[in-house]
Design a protein around this ligand. Sequence first.
Ligand code: S3P
Length: 195
Amino acid sequence: MAGRNEHSNEHCSGKAGDAFRLEKNIVLTGFMGSGKTSVGEQLARQLGLVFYDSDELISREEGTTISRIFEEHGETYFRRREAEVIARLSRQPPGTCVIATGGGAIMREENRRALKRNGLFVFLDVSAEEAYRRLAEKDDRPLLQVEDPLEAIEGLLAKRRPYYLQADIHIEAGTKPPERLAEEILAELAKISGP
Ligand code: S3P
């Protein structure tokens, strides 16, 4: 499957030079706008792993944008395609890639179970207000094209938060830039991974 950074390392190291062995893939989860894609790219680059983004793969395979997929086929169809892509990503060999998932993927039990097999979940936690602020200028999130997007964000976040909170690593994203978040994740990985 096509990803970015087509090479992988056996040993990984953070800025501090603390080498560690990554025995799982890294799965980024969190609400829309939490920075999963930019942090994932950064992390994959630093670790020398392949980067996959589930939305990007769906969009590429369908030959159109996520918004268009929702518009033309509806959310149910999108969720089915998302589950298919996630099932494939879940079969990537452990310790070889970083996977950014769409913010709603966590709601399907089959997605959680599949990703958990080879993956370590990292939750990028943003508040509803911060997600709203980050997404205010964007029109590419079909679920937020409603009269009151902040209310929609609050509603979705309330339902999803219990699942996000089951992640192995919890990072307060706040207003931090992707580089900083990647460093924080590396530090957490170094703590829990073997030498
Ligand atoms: C969704 C999040 C989006 C995308 C789709 C649905 C969601 O991905 O999968 O618009 O349900 O939260 P991002 O989390 O990358 O924005």
